[in-house]
Structure formats: structure tokens, C-alpha cells
Design a protein around this ligand. Sequence first.
Ligand code: NOJ
Ligand code: CA
Length: 549
Amino acid sequence: MRPKGSEGMPSQMEPWYRNAVIYSLSVETFMDGNGDGIGDFSGLRDRLDYLESLGVDALWLAPTYPTPNRDDGYDITDYYGIDERLGSSGDFAEFLFEADGRGMRVLLDLVVNHTSDRHPWFFSAQSSEESDYRDWYVWSRKRPRAARSGVVFPGVQGSTWSYDQKARSWYFHRFYDFEPDLNMENPRVRDEIHRVLSYWLRLGVAGFRVDAVPFIIEKPRPEGGAAELHFEYLRELREVVQWRRGDAILLGEANVVPRDDEHYFADGDGLHLMFNFWVNQHLFASLATGDARPLASALAATRKIPARAQWAYFLRNHDELDLGRLQPREREAVFGRFAPEATMQLYGRGIRRRLAPMLGDQRRLEFAYSLLFSLPGAAVLRYGEEIGMGDNLRLRERDAIRTPMQWTNGRNGGFSTSEQLIRPAIGKGPYGFDAINVEEQLRRPDSLLRWMIELIRIRKECPEIGAGEWHILPTRSRQVLAVLYTLRDSAVLCLHNFDETPREITVDLKMTSSGERLRSLLDQQASHGPAGRHRLRLEPLGYEWYRVG
Ligand code: NOJ
Ligand code: CA
């Protein structure tokens, strides 16, 4: 889709995030610099050359604030600090300088739906009704009728309201009971959040991944029923960010249905980017069934967005692969294909596996990543995906997919020299660091990592994909997705065959002004045309990217 109002804009005027490759990592499990078994900023700094060689534009760091770490850092006790296990504020500043020097932007995780129950604000709020911080949280004197509804982690979390003995009241927690929700109705809370934004933007971060957006803007109701959502707050946040740093962004986590997207993008004055959970789930439905139509329909359903907004596409993130938005039949197909055992599933709606064990081999992974990088927006890649890391299902809940990065085949996969690690590295089996590690894959020309570096380079040659208009072309094959991207006079065509058998399709490019020849971007030898109408053959799980003209 051509963004409204950007006609005739030279491509260098495209906001950076509309065509970005974002790499997401958790400092704690990426690289341990001081040998205490916990990843840290000095370790991460040493790995910036590696990240630069991958060609990524920005890094999104999982929460790095002081934390009791009961929810992997999403339970925060101080919004203005760096957890000392990860390094000092000085280490963080050094890291920012180094990232900046390589042209890489840094996004932090903004977790303001809730704090930890050990945040000084909550201690104070609990202590007395007179506390200045009492109404920074959400209380109910009476036992809320809705206490058991709306839990986000069913099976692990029992309720959304818990009784606090000290406060002699019930408090609301959308997530775990140790994560009390902040009261966003309170202007003093909102002011404080604005100061948090100012603080990190001033230090030099390029924006935030905003945690749990629908829950930040909801007004909790002890009596239950549909929550009231305050979308105007997103405009307020956007304004605060933009006034402080013009090119900073908000990348929202909002797993919502397409008809609600417009409220989050707020005519281009809300979130800059949103993860496209709708496409993510339907993409897996397509992968599981070999039928491209669920993905094609999801792309069409989320097509209309404002000019200044963009989608962030991803395959896997640090949470379960949430399938809650699929039809039961589709969800069963994905479970059946990719998570047949109960231990692979989580919260009754998702899968706690990494992509490589789900798909099984490099050919399928290449297909999936070719698809990801051809989707019309920004692409988000999670650490370890580029080498096809596996999971450890013995770890609890989502920790299964949060194991240390595998750098070498040496001790602890090169992550740390310590005896005791924050989480065990995967040492054995087909996904152990002996078999899967960066060092080996950098050396081997046909590795997934070398393939991925090349694909990201090619993607960078195709601004049409994130910044242009796109159309799904008819192919008469429900197994093949053909998308044509155009930007001014240039065009790119990407084809993906979801089927395990070869497919022949015909695409008609007579309507493109740029010419009728197809030159493969992946295989320099292959070209077709001139013809206008092309009959093309795709191998099982085959993919092709062509420049048209
Ligand atoms: C969403 C995050 O992605 C998840 O990891 C976390 O547990 C919840 N929000 C609560 O912050
Ligand atoms: Ca360390």
C-alpha cells in the first residue's frame, strides 16, 4: 500500500522504521562479559560487530531495569535504572555509544501496565490509604466479582484481583499477582511515565517496544464486563515521544483483531509500529496446512493503515506462539503439525517452541524467513533464530525458548565461562551448541546464518517491500502466494510455494510500468522474459524474489 500523503516523497525521506530489520534480544541470555553466568552489557557490546554484520537496523532489548526477575524482567522495581546483574548505567551508556557508532538504534521495553509488587511505589501504596501512592494502583475494598476472569496466563495465574493483607483491599493485576497494575486514570502516574520516556530518550534510545498496550489503556472493572479502552492515551504518549525526539518510535504489543487496528494507529498519531499478531497466527495456519490463503486473507485484512504507521512482522518472539485468534479448526491444525505433545503447548492457546524444532530442517526455515522478509513492513528477528536455535521443554512456561545464545561449540556454547548459568545452555541433541552455533555457521557457506545475512542484504536492496504499494497477484494455485511490490517505477515480485510438491503458476505483469523481464534477486543466473505473462515453476517449499524490468 502506498502510504497516504507520501506520493512523490524521495525514498530517503521514508521514516526509518517503515522498512527496518529489528533484532530482539535479552541482555541476560545474549553474552556474559564478566563470567558470572548472566549476560550483560559488556558482553553485548562485544557482540555488536556480529549484529552489524547481520545487517540489522535496530535492537529491541527485553527489559533491562532493576527487577526481582520473576517474569523475566517484566516485573520492574525502578524505571530509571539498569539491573545491576546486567551492568552499571555507565556500561549501558557505553553500549549506546557503540551501537550508535555502528548506526544501530536501540529500543527499550516500556512496561508501564504494571510494576513489580516490590516497587517502592507499591510498598507505599500498600502501607496506608493516606499514602501519596495509594491511587497509583487499582484497588477494590469489596471482593471483585470479576476476580477469576480475564487472566492472561491460564493454568498458572488464578485471578486478576488478589487480596492484600497490608492494604486490606483487593488490587488488580492483569498478569501475575506479583505485577500490580498501575492506575492509568491517575494523571500523576501518566506524568511519571512521561518522565520515564524523557529520561531514556535523553540518554539516546530510539524508542520503545510498548508492553501490553491494550491493558495499559483499559479501565479495569471489579464488576466485570467489557473493559473501557482509552485510546486517546496513545496519542498522548506519541506526542510526548515525538516532542522529545523526532525520529523515536513506539512499537506496540497489541494482539488485537483487525477492526481495532485503526484505534491503535490513531490516524497516524498513535503507535508508529504494531506487531502484526493477526498475520503471525495466520501465517502459521498457512505453514501447517500448505494453503497460502489464510495468510493472504490476513494480509488483506490488515492492509489499511495510516501513512505514518507500519506493521512489524515476526515469526517467533520471546513468548508463546499465541494462536488464540485462529478458528478452532485452524488452531488444531497448527497444534497438530507443530506442537502435538501437551508439553509443547502453553496456556491452552499457544506453543512454547522455537521455530527450528517446529519446522524441522533448513529448507523449511529458509522458506519461512524468505516469507517473513518479504512481508510489507518492518521485520523483527529474535536472537538465535538466525542460526536455528532450539528449545528446552524442561524449563518452565516460556523459559523453554529463552536459553543462552549459542556462539561456539565450547563451554556453555561460548555464552559464559561460569559454572552456573542464568539458564542452562542447550548442550545436547540436534539443537545443542555442538551442532548449532554462530562460529561454525559463519564459516560454512551453506549455513542458515550465511543465507540469512545474504537475505537481509537483498531485502535492503528492495525498499519497495516496506515502503511501496503491494498487491497479491492471482496465481490460480491456493498453495502459492505471489506479491508484487511497486515503488515509483520499480517493482519486486516475491513468490512462495507452501506446498510439499512443485507448483507451476502464471503471473501477469503487463500492468507494471517498469518492464516485463524478471531477474532473480536470489539466483543471479535465473531470468525470464521479456513476456509480461510468465509461467514459473516453484520447487516444493520454493521461494523466489524477482526484480521486474
Ligand atoms: C507481555 C510480555 O511479552 C510478556 O513476556 C510478559 O510476561 C507480559 N507482557 C507481562 O509484562
Ligand atoms: Ca555477567
